[in-house]
Design a protein around this ligand. Sequence first.
Ligand code: AMP
Ligand code: MG
Length: 662
Amino acid sequence: MSESRKPRPSRDSGLIARVRAAARQEQFLEVVSAEEARVRFERHLDLTPLPAEAVALADARMRVLAHDVVAAVDAPPFDRSNVDGFAVRAADTVGASDGNPKVLTLNGEVIACGYAPVVAVVPGTCTAIATGGVIPRGADAVVMIEQTELIEDGSPRIELRRAAAPGQFVSYAGSDIARGETLLRRGTCIGAREIGMLAACGLDRIEVVRRPKVAVLSTGDELVEPGKPLKPAGVYDSNSAIIAAAVAEAGGEPLMFGACPDDTIILEKTVREALAASDMVVLSGGTSKGAGDLSHRVVSQLGKPGILVHGVALKPGKPLCLGVVGDKPIVVLPGFPTSAIFTFHAFVAPVIRARAGLPPEAAKTISARVPVRVASELGRKEFVLVSLVAGEEGVVAFPTGKGSGAVTSFSRADGFLEIDALASTLDADSAQVTLIGSTARPPDLVIMGSHDVALDVVVGELADRGFAARTLAVGSLGGVAAANRGECDIAPVHLIDPTSGQYNKHLVAPGLSLVPGWRRMQGILFRPGDARFEGRSAQEALKIALADASALMVNRNAGAGTRVLIDKLLNGVRPAGYANQPKSHNAVAAAIAQGRADWGLAIEPVAKLYGLGFLPVSPEHYDFLVVEKRRERPAVQAFLSALHDERVRARVCALGMEVTDD
Ligand code: AMP
Ligand code: MG
């Protein structure tokens, strides 16, 4: 919208102006491919390592070597004995045996560590030497003290019964590190081992690449600094923390500028400060082309060459904005955490690594089977985050599917797969998965199905016993399917058989068995003090709520066990709010706690967690389908034994569950 189209004054002109402004979405002028975006950006970047600086060896850990290190000394610096014994001339020992011992006269010195020998070992003599001692002139081998006898009468002598080969038990000068040898290459990230080598060469300072200073700045009126209480409609600023950590991992030095409100003047001032203080600026948020999105406007006013790319055909990450001011890169990442960190790794981390002197990160990929169909938007290269589990015939990749707004999608993913811009689905049954992070350890136990707060108690017990469990919350039905395909070890389920009214028993199929878990009381949640519910029975409260047009419910998604119960209770009635169908107990509780709804059904522990009132309706059975073929695995056995552990049971009960054995 142009500035000249001012809204006509009217009673609601203020409101209308604000609605217009909020809805104003300029089009992205030009959305380019990821490859094109990188080319345009890099054309204006200096990707050579920053100049070197000298640091003390003690401060060199995790720094990057600026130059090759050539050893200036030998290590060991002299020929050195490897054992306690006697330095000899090997020729004097030839033919020594039990039947023909050789006798050598002891020289008048003892070579301890740090002692420079003065007496030469001439034929027929030897010198006592300690481990680490300097081999004296004339000697060319060492015999171990255990293989000699000391003769104490007359002049001191030794008797030896074994011949020594030349060089026996001798480490020659320079055999460990040779003077002139290239010990370490530039670009090496210095760890304890490298520090040891540098110290062995006598270095106490070393030249490392200066770390690029990267200013990290979040934008958004809603952002709250972690550690402070969350205000209404606020969200914690997670991008600052994750991006700062990722900057450090890429070899940069993050400078935290915190979260800036959506205010052009404050933002511009802060960004200018950030530019002055750093080698590179990374903002997040405010890069869509909405009215509240100021970041790219501010960036466009800072100087040449300015914004190079705004809009990349990527999912997640379309609103990414890449610019350069003077010689400093300035990037605006999308606000959604997963989009932010994804685009950071794709476009920003390589620049930081290059300037930090680190080599490009080699992408590690594996091929995996994708058991579900993945739809994709045409025209945008799409990255789908996946969790990996071991299936019957190799690795299986499950899309984690929480969307780009989720922090955990990226943080918990093992990798991602790419869907071409020209494809509308991932057609191939098998796909290449690019792995994220290298520290991930394959899980000992895979649990797929419905999640429950008390499940964390059992998984925690497993962790104490040294087993790493991976829990994928795919819902009861998803768990049943995964168990039948042998893709998980255990599937937690709570599904009612509409015909028998029994829980879970109908899910048992060949190769699967059912292990009882616990019962969770389901009931009506409401805000304490609401007279329509407080102190009443569930039936009574339900009657009142259904008769009251202002009582707004919150439903559950189709397929949820709780939904089956809701529909049974409602018996065909569709009260206001029925169409609002979130996918978890927590979402139901949050909607009621925040006043977006007045009542809904969820389990009792969640009601407690949100400080809500609770009217019990009926217990739901939460049990475990066990894949028989995997039952004997140690982690599965540990899970089953943890279920019967008295301490575990007590903690499960403390969460409001009732543990059953049938
Ligand atoms: P924006 O790009 O500013 O339109 O933000 C898109 C979404 O990302 C909104 O839901 C924001 O609340 C969220 N968001 C933006 N910045 C951050 C941040 N630093 N930490 C967490 N969420 C954020
Ligand atoms: Mg914003």
